[in-house]
Every structure is written in C-alpha cells, then in structure tokens.
Design a protein around this ligand. Sequence first.
Ligand code: SAM
Length: 227
Amino acid sequence: MFHAQVLTLFPEFFSSPLACSIPSRAIAAGQARVDCIQIRDFATDKHRSVDDAPYGGGPGMLMKPEPVVAAIREARRRIPSTHVVMLTPSGRPFTQEVALEYAALDSITLLCGRYEGFDERICADVDAQLSLGDYVLSGGEPAALSVLDAVIRLLPGVLGSSESAVLDSFTEDGILDWPHYTRPEIFEGRSVPKVLLSGNHQAIEAWRKSESQARSKARLRAVLSHS
Ligand code: SAM
C-alpha cells in the first residue's frame, strides 16, 4: 500500500477532499493511506510557536527549524524509507512524470510551509523540493493535495479500466488528450464531429491522434510565445 504523510499546520484542510471520489475510494480499498502530522505538536516553547521573524529584517515570519525538523524526523521514524518532499515555489516543477515517479515509491512525506516559507536550514533534512507552478500559494496544503490526488489515481488498481490513466494527457511523450464529446449530438448549434458517429474505428483513432497532436503543438506554441 502507498503510504503518504503530510506535515502541516492545517490537517483539517485535507479531510473533505480526501473523502471524495477517487482518493476516498483508494483509501477505503486499502490501496493508499494518508496520515497528517501536526507540525505544532513538535514546538517546544510554552506558546507552541512554529514561526519567528527573519534575521536581517523584512516582512512576514518564517517556519522555525526546530519544530519542522523534529516533525520530519518523526515522519522518518514512522516510515524510514519515506521520500520527504518540501513544497516550495523554488522547487522542481511538478509534472505527470514526477507523479509517476512518486506513484512507484512506497511512501512520500509532503512538507507544507506557511508564512513567508521555511528557514533555509530545513532544506538539509528533505530529499527533494517541489513546486506546483510559477505562482505563490498561501500555504503548501493546496500543493500537497494536488500531488496526492495526481499520485493516488496512478496507483495500480485505483482507476478502473473505463477511467484508465494510460490515455491521460502527458502520459505518452507529453502529448495532450484529444477532445471528447457525449450526448446530445447537437448542443446549442454545435455538432459532435461526424467521424465520431461513423462507427469507423480506424478513422476515429486517426482523428483522435491528429487532434491530440494539433492541441499539443498549439499549446507548445502558446508556451513559447509567452517565454
Ligand atoms: N516567500 C515564499 C516565496 O516567495 O517563494 C512564498 C511563501 S508561501 C506564501 C508559503 C508556503 O506556501 C511555502 O512555504 C510553500 O510551502 C507553499 N507554496 C506557495 N506557493 C507554492 C508553489 N507554487 N508550489 C509549492 N508550494 C508552494
């Protein structure tokens, strides 16, 4: 079973999303397990503080090293083989390739920051740094949740054959999914492409492939024109 741990100041953030749809099914079936560890439980002063002001001045507060590192060590004590990942905008970009890598592991531990982020010395205690994208979230929790969702759906047996991940975007050579249509045949004057109604499976497959390629090229062009 894939065992994830989340180091967070807000364990309640995860309850509702993990109780829905595919993650909840995987957890109920014993294919995945997610445990939250409250970082504040590792604070040592009487105020249970987890943040402090930055040396050198500047706005905001930082996650203090002592409680965060103690929480990471507790996560490693519970699962010695776990891969500890710090969520930070400075990290490796999260992609489907990373999701596949994580789905092949026995355990990951996701470290969620708050405030202005982490004291830099905490980095020495993690195995990887991961970014959800080039924007700034208020905390690591939405990033951790996205990672959990993307990884859990890739675990063996989690998706039924009707929802297989093999055809998902980015799975084959980074190519995007093709456009999909369901009933009705005409919606607000827009028709389903005729080829999909033809019953000609070879033609349908060729159309899907060419649509996927066209979409992937269009997106690449859009990315390059903004870089
Ligand atoms: N001062 C930091 C910076 O500019 O890089 C941002 C800190 S952010 C307000 C607080 C926390 O949210 C971070 O420590 C990190 O855990 C999480 N976070 C924010 N944006 C993220 C992103 N794009 N990917 C992963 N985690 C993110």
